[in-house]
Design a protein around this ligand. Structure first.
Ligand code: ADP
Ligand code: NA
Length: 332
């Protein structure tokens, strides 16, 4: 049996937002607070599968670390680190490149989405990305991986890689990690339409609440969020065909740690002129301290850099013996 161990990563690609907070960072902190062993990684080696401006990447990596910490990740209890500082990830990824079959990679829908029509011009790294993700997880013998819906297929591949390695070498060496998938209620949609995901890459800044937004900006974005003209329905069923209203209610519920039912008991029937200020107050109460703490941390990055070096050292201490045993099993 393997010790329960949680691993997850986020790309340092900028514009950290409310969706990242409710769908990832807040849940990561909850796993940590349940006393599980938790590793959280800024996956810069994944980010460079498409070209990144070096200064932006350096800034985004530190800002993501600040976002983790400001969201409640305690660097003493969780291992917070930057992927490129632990060489075992890429060493293990090579092993997994040799375990993975070409056909498995060719089935990955995210590569097709990201590479677009011009797949011949995509980087080899973008194609091989899922083997590096498997290495991120399995180099720590992680057993549980909180992931978004969009990463489910990649985690399935990680499980296939672990099983094939174990089978090919006649060992029970790698755990078969379990996905921990976010519920639909924590999928935050764009404030512009309620039906596309709130996203780092949406060109409209009004579509998302950034974790770096100050209190006034948070309140203004909620005030301007698109809605239909009707007041909120009296119950949850009434939200079915009203994506913008449902999104705002979901956000309220997630921020308040309430069920959607509980929120509707209180807010059902209210016009948006009443509900939006309630949501804005709640969002400011929960999110403004995060942006304030991120800004404080970013003022002196030496503290963040020190935390990341310490995290990398502790991650490496777990990874080194597992990589060594992997090589040994393979005859190296
Ligand atoms: P990456 O490319 O690093 O996965 P994303 O921004 O797509 O970056 O996602 C980072 C994390 O935040 C993932 O766990 C993802 O599931 C979560 N996430 C991203 N957008 C949303 C959203 N709109 N609602 C809920 N969770 C989200
Ligand atoms: Na993603």
């Amino acid at each position: 049996a393997f010790t329960p161990r949680v691993f997850s990563g986020i790309q340092p690609s900028g514009n950290l937002h409310l969706g990242n907070y409710l769908g990832a960072l807040k849940r990561f902190a909850e796993a940590q607070n349940e006393g599980l062993q938790t590793l959280y990684c800024m996956v810069d080696l994944h980010a460079i599968t498409v070209w990144q401006d070096p200064a932006n990447l350096r800034h985004a990596t530190r800002e993501l670390a600040a976002g983790f910490i400001a969201s409640g990740l305690d660097p003493a209890r969780s291992i917070l680190f930057n992927q490129s500082q632990v060489a075992e990830h890429t060493q293990m990824a090579w092993v997994f490149n040799c375990v993975t079959r070409m056909g498995w990679m060719q089935r990955m829908t995210q590569f097709k989405d990201k590479a677009g029509k011009n797949a011949q011009n995509a980087s080899l790294g973008l194609f091989a990305y899922p083997a590096l993700m498997a290495a991120d997880i399995l180099t720590y013998h992680a057993t549980h991986v909180p992931v978004g819906e969009d990463q489910k297929q990649h985690l399935e591949l990680t499980r296939d890689i672990a099983m094939k390695f174990n089978h090919d070498y006649g060992v029970e060496f790698f755990p078969i990690p379990e996905p921990v998938i976010e519920g639909a209620a924590t999928r935050v949609m764009s404030l512009r339409d309620g039906s596309s995901k709130m996203s780092k890459s949406d060109p409209s800044d009004m579509s998302r609440i950034n974790l770096t937004d100050d209190a006034d900006t948070i309140a203004r974005k909620i005030r301007k969020a698109k809605t239909d003209p009707e007041p909120l329905p009296s119950d949850v069923q009434g939200l079915a065909n009203r994506p913008e209203a449902r999104n705002l209610v979901n956000i309220y519920a997630a921020l308040a740690d309430l069920s959607v039912d509980q929120v509707m008991r209180d807010a059902g029937g209210k016009p948006f002129s009443e509900f939006k200020p309630m949501l804005a107050d709640l969002a400011v109460e929960k999110l403004a301290p995060i942006s304030t703490e991120m800004a404080r941390l970013m003022q002196d990055v030496t503290e963040i850099d020190r935390i990341l070096v310490d995290g990398a050292n502790r991650a490496r201490a777990l990874a080194t013996p597992i990589l060594r045993q992997t090589y040994e099993i393979m005859g190296m």
